[in-house]
Ligand binder design. Structure first.
Ligand SMILES: Nc1nc2c(ncn2[C@@H]2O[C@H](COP(=O)(O)OP(=O)(O)O)[C@@H](O)[C@H]2O)c(=O)[nH]1
Ligand SMILES: [Mg+2]
Length: 194
C-alpha cells in the first residue's frame, strides 16, 4: 500500500477564501481538460472514485483539496484548453489560478499531466512557468503512453526533457491503463511532501 491510499477529500474551492488552510506541504495536479489528470490521480492514490473521470471536459472549475496525512495534501486544479468554455469561465479560471500560484505558500510542486500524443503545449508551458516563478518544483507526466509505440514514446519523452532542460523540470512516461510510471510519480511526490 502506498502513502497515498489513505487520501481523504478535504474541500472544494471556487474562491481563495475557500482554500484549505495554507499549512504544511502540498503537490498540485494540472493539465488540459481530457489530458488524463483525474485518471492519473486515481491511479497514484489507488482510489478509483477519488477524482471524477469525466467524459465532459472542462466542467470542473473548482480546486479540490485532498489530505494525504496531516498537513500533507494533493490538489486537483481545474483543467484548461477546452475551446467551448465561455470567456467568463476562462477569466474566472485565470483569476483563480493566479491567486493560487501567487499566494499558496504550502505549494511545493506541480505535477503537470500532458497527453503524450499531443506533447507540451503553450498553456502547459505557461503552467510550468507559473509554478517555477515562485521557486516550486515541477514534474511532467506524459500520459496515455500506452497509445504510443516504443519509438514514439522515447521521442516525446526526449523532446519534453529538452524543452524543459533549462527550467529544471523533470518528465516521465505515464499510463494509468498500462500501470506504467505510477511508482516513479509517487517517488517524486514522496520527495516533495517529505
Ligand atoms: N488509453 C488511455 N486512456 C486514458 C488514460 N488515462 C486517461 N485516459 C482516458 O482519457 C480520457 C480523459 O481522462 P480524464 O482522467 O477524465 O482526464 P482529465 O479531464 O484530465 O481529468 C478518458 O476517456 C480516459 O479514459 C491512459 O493511461 N490510457
Ligand atoms: Mg478530470
Amino acid at each position: 500500500m502506498s502513502n497515498y491510499s489513505q487520501v481523504k477529500f478535504l474541500t472544494s474551492a471556487a474562491a481563495p477564501s475557500q482554500f484549505a488552510p495554507d499549512r504544511g506541504r502540498e503537490a498540485a495536479f494540472a493539465g488540459r481538460s481530457n489530458a488524463g489528470k483525474s485518471t492519473a490521480i486515481n491511479a497514484i492514490t489507488e482510489r478509483s472514485g477519488l477524482a471524477r473521470v469525466s467524459r465532459t471536459p472542462g466542467r470542473t472549475q473548482l480546486i479540490n483539496f485532498f489530505e494525504v496525512s496531516p498537513e500533507r495534501r494533493l490538489v486537483d486544479l481545474p483543467g484548461y484548453g477546452f475551446a467551448k468554455v465561455p470567456v467568463m469561465v476562462k477569466e474566472r479560471w485565470l483569476g483563480l489560478m493566479q491567486r493560487y500560484f501567487d499566494e499558496r505558500e504550502s505549494l511545493v510542486g506541480l505535477i503537470l499531466i500532458v497527453d503524450s500524443r499531443r506533447g507540451l503545449g503553450q498553456q502547459d508551458a505557461a503552467m510550468l512557468e507559473w509554478a517555477l516563478a515562485h521557486g516550486r518544483r515541477a514534474h511532467v507526466l506524459l500520459s496515455k503512453a500506452d497509445k504510443l509505440n516504443r519509438q514514439e514514446s522515447v521521442r516525446v519523452l526526449r523532446e519534453t526533457q529538452t524543452a524543459c532542460a533549462d527550467a529544471a523540470v523533470t518528465a516521465q512516461l505515464f499510463s494509468a491503463r498500462a500501470h506504467q510510471g505510477i511508482e516513479e510519480a509517487r517517488r517524486v511526490m514522496d520527495e516533495w511532501l517529505a
